[in-house]
Structures are given as structure tokens and as C-alpha cells.
Design a protein around this ligand. Structure first.
Ligand SMILES: [Mg+2]
Length: 123
């Protein structure tokens, strides 16, 4: 099983994705048999975990927040892993870099109190 170093303060998305894959192997789960079932299960779990974050907030259980946010991140990485492996999706880290670049390029519009889309987004 892929180990993540205990003192690693700069955990990467790739490390989380790789850990998620190795965790599946540890559990003996082989998604190759039914990729459609795998993605549907993953997105349902992601939605469930997102609900658990909301529940923790609404119930003022701040001691649970980071644990529940972690579940969301892991299941989001699982969705990305399946998308990359079976559906030709781009590398998640590359997609995040692109998204951050786009967000950084947007300018604040005080008139409508929104970030304007970049020229590339409008094209
Ligand atoms: Mg949870």
C-alpha cells in the first residue's frame, strides 16, 4: 500500500490520488470490472460526504469538520481517478492549475459584484 510520509506538510493532490488507488487495492476492490458502477458509487459517496460536512457545520460539531472535509477530498480524488483511468479525463493537478490560472486572471467588477470572465472564457 502506498504510504504517505507522516511529517509531509506539503501533501499533493497526486499523493492523495495515489493513496486512494492503493487503498482500493488493499480492500481488494477492482473497479475495472464495472467502471460505470464505480463512478456512480464514487459520486454518491462524494455527495454523502459533502452532506456530512454540512451536517457537522449545522450541528456545530467543529471537532468533526476536518475529518469530514478530508472525506470529501478523498472521494473527489476517487472520482478524478476513475475519470482519468476510464474516461480519458485530464490529470487532476493540471486541471486545478488551469482553474487557478483562470481565477487569477479574472478581474473584480464592482458594478455587478462579480468576477469578470477572461477573454479566453468568453471565446
Ligand atoms: Mg465522513
Amino acid at each position: 500500500m502506498k504510504k504517505i510520509k507522516k511529517n509531509n506538510k506539503n501533501l499533493t493532490i497526486r499523493e492523495i490520488q495515489d493513496w486512494e488507488k492503493s487503498f482500493l487495492e488493499k480492500k481488494g476492490v477492482f473497479e475495472d470490472k464495472d467502471k460505470e458502477k464505480a463512478i456512480k458509487t464514487a459520486i454518491c459517496k462524494l455527495a454523502e460526504e459533502t452532506g456530512e460536512v454540512a451536517e457537522a457545520i449545522l450541528e456545530d460539531k467543529w471537532d468533526k469538520i476536518q475529518e469530514e472535509v478530508t472525506d470529501v477530498i478523498v472521494f473527489a480524488c476517487k472520482v478524478a481517478n476513475i475519470a482519468e483511468k476510464f474516461y480519458g479525463a485530464e490529470d487532476l493537478s493540471d486541471a486545478i492549475r488551469k482553474k487557478i490560472k483562470i481565477c487569477d486572471e479574472r478581474e473584480w467588477n464592482p458594478d455587478n459584484k462579480k468576477l469578470n470572465k477572461t477573454k479566453n472564457e468568453r471565446a
